[in-house]
Design a protein around this ligand. Sequence first.
Ligand SMILES: C[S@@+](CC[C@H](N)C(=O)[O-])C[C@H]1O[C@@H](n2cnc3c(N)ncnc32)[C@H](O)[C@@H]1O
Length: 284
Amino acid sequence: MYKMLDLFCCAGGATKGYQKAGFYVVGVDINPQPHYCGDEFYQADALAYPLEGFDAYHASPPCQGYIHLKNGEDLNGYPLLIDDCRDRLLTTGKPFVIENVPSAKEYLRNPIMLCGTMFGLPIWKHRYFETNPEIYALLNTCNHKLGNIDSPFGKIAIPVQTAHGGDSQYHERPSRIGIRWRPAQPITLRRWAMGIDYEMSKKEIAQAIPPAYTEYIGKYLMEEIMRKKEKPITEAEFESLLDKASQPLEQPQKPDSKEAGTSESPTSGDCSENHTHSDSPEGI
Ligand SMILES: C[S@@+](CC[C@H](N)C(=O)[O-])C[C@H]1O[C@@H](n2cnc3c(N)ncnc32)[C@H](O)[C@@H]1O
């Protein structure tokens, strides 16, 4: 099973998607994560955690600094970690993904944007993904059209908009939206809208990305890993195959006339023997 390292994993919205794509996922976060859904968890600084032994990497560095920067505010001590993450991940030579909010998109290299509505989720949540190698994906466009849908919670107005869900590059912000994240909203509704089927607190959900995003990207990464692991044929192996192909085929042995037709049933020998029997005039 291929191993993914999920840096800044929180409770594992991204991790869950990579698991669904087939990865064994190890998560790292500076804070304890009692709800982490991955296969292994380590509480550590993501910028110091050893990178050896993994097939691919994901990093979701904190977004607050980029949001402050975008709003022209003081960074307030929030770090900007995207460049440091990229520098570290490039040293591995392996596929990696860096994810962040719309306010950070200028700091990501050729990112693709994913929204819940592209995956049939009733949620408006844009997130940007820098991928190495780049993914040239054919995606549905977002659909933020207002409407009502049946849900396990009765009829709800959609799209559900989450914190930092929208961004102006793709659409005008509509004057009204279906539901905003409000403290009163049940956690079960939030989880359902995100496609999260395991325990998470409201704070963890607010930080998480819908697993559908990384399940989608994870499948591309998986293909890339498998493609790189395919061993090309060496010149010596090719020559030896050519040699074998140019040698004459072994002639099938004619059966001993005394034994022919006596002991073995027509189906018990190999195919060439059976042909010899029926093709020869004696066999008729
Ligand atoms: C936006 S959340 C990640 C959400 C996650 N990708 C998901 O889908 O659930 C960022 C996380 O980074 C963690 N964090 C902040 N600084 C860190 C550091 N230096 N090393 C490791 N984790 C850190 C925070 O504790 C937080 O859980």
